[in-house]
Design a protein around this ligand. Structure first.
Ligand SMILES: NC(=O)c1ccc[n+]([C@@H]2O[C@H](COP(=O)([O-])OP(=O)(O)OC[C@H]3O[C@@H](n4cnc5c(N)ncnc54)[C@H](OP(=O)(O)O)[C@@H]3O)[C@@H](O)[C@H]2O)c1
Length: 338
């Protein structure tokens, strides 16, 4: 690591190297309040300078808007970046609380063409199934995804929020390079089954929301009182009502560790994910999301922080005490089906 540049990790067994921290781009167009196009563009460029190469989007983020927004950046830097996008999920514009999930062949074939067009690329580096439709056998879905690899439309395959059994069944059809699931100081359910399965199969873990959607940085406490009307976090049980205040109190040990390192709370949360993955013995590429260049500097600098055994022990009890689930409907997550 030189000039603030981050190290690298393999994406899948024998797969390409990417920066050991990626960038979540969802908030640049969708879900987390007002967008700032100029700041987001500057964030993308700064991230690349710092060695971030895996950029995460999905067709669902702003109904294609996020993919379109990223296209010029990808075009300008096509050989330096890995483009990751997803299919399976759509949010009806007239009801943002609803989720429609599809994993069937006609849907996938249409979705990949639409993403390639919006992203303005010839090939998607990493194509994820965003959410599982339990009515379609996963072998069937991954069979279609494997065909996209054969056709040269997609390079590597990923799955998001799958169970360990689903991952095994999928991997038997075609190698899965990455599993993207929520993993943070507040959300550790995947450590029970999914992480050990990924390790066993040589799958890289891509932790999403490693900053607990911003809550772990201390940037807000009560979503209903502090965030704008359209902010998705206002509907998440952990960030509202009595849960919000109870969960904010859980950040005290994080603050103590941050003070000891002269670091921010968010940096400790990010360092924790990297080190927790080392304990499990598998590569991780967390994808914290930000729209601000100064924050991408702060977040990537966290890859240089090493927590002591004593500090890890201090942070260990937090997740078990979190009040409220991470989604209103947990059936959309691996933990909800295990
Ligand atoms: N597969 C899935 O189902 C799924 C689900 C959710 C997310 N994702 C992906 O994962 C990515 C990351 O997750 P996420 O965005 O939900 O959550 P996150 O990375 O845990 O947190 C993002 C939030 O933290 C704030 N933030 C970032 N760095 C900060 C810092 N240094 N100090 C203070 N605040 C900071 C951001 O605000 P600013 O933007 O204002 O900096 C944003 O509100 C997304 O962008 C998306 O690509 C995937």
């Amino acid at each position: 690591m030189t000039n603030g540049r981050i190290g690298t990790a393999a994406l899948g067994d024998g797969g390409p190297q990417v920066g050991v921290q990626g960038l979540g781009c969802m908030g640049m167009s969708f879900a987390y309040g007002p967008v700032d196009v100029d700041a987001s563009r500057a964030t993308l460029e700064r991230a690349l300078e710092l060695g971030v190469t895996l950029y995460d989007t999905a067709d669902a983020y702003g109904a294609g808007e996020n993919e379109r927004f990223l296209a010029p950046f990808f075009k300008a830097h096509r050989d330096e970046v890995a483009v990751a996008t997803k299919f399976a999920l759509s949010i009806p514009p007239d009801d943002p609380t609803r989720r429609i999930i599809r994993n069937d062949e006609p849907y996938i074939r249409e979705a990949v063409e639409a993403s390639l067009k919006r992203l303005d690329v010839d090939v998607i580096d990493l194509y994820y199934m965003h959410r599982r439709d339990v009515d379609v056998p996963i072998e069937e879905t991954v069979g279609v995804m494997a065909d996209l690899v054969r056709q040269g439309k997609v390079k590597q395959l990923g799955l998001s929020e799958v169970t360990a059994d689903e991952l095994r069944a999928a991997h038997a059809v075609h190698p899965i390079a990455a599993v993207q699931s929520e993993w943070s100081l507040f959300s550790r359910d995947i450590e029970a089954k999914v992480v050990p399965a990924a390790r066993e199969l040589g799958v890289t873990l891509v932790p999403y929301s490693p900053l607990g959607r911003g809550f772990l940085t201390g940037a807000f406490v009560n979503a209903e009182k502090e965030l704008t009307d359209d902010d998705f976090r206002r509907r998440q049980p952990r960030f509202t009502g009595d849960n919000a205040a109870a969960n904010a109190a859980l950040l005290e040990p994080v603050r103590a560790v941050a003070d000891a390192h002269g670091a921010s709370l968010g940096q400790i949360a990010l360092a924790w994910v990297q080190q927790r993955a080392q304990v499990h013995g598998l590569p991780v590429v967390p994808i914290p999301g930000t729209r601000r260049p100064d924050r991408v500097e702060e977040n990537t600098a966290a890859t240089r922080i090493t927590l002591t055994e004593e500090q890890l022990a201090l942070l260990e009890p937090i997740a078990a005490q979190v009040a409220g689930t991470r989604y209103p409907d947990m059936s959309f997550t691996s933990a909800g089906r295990e």
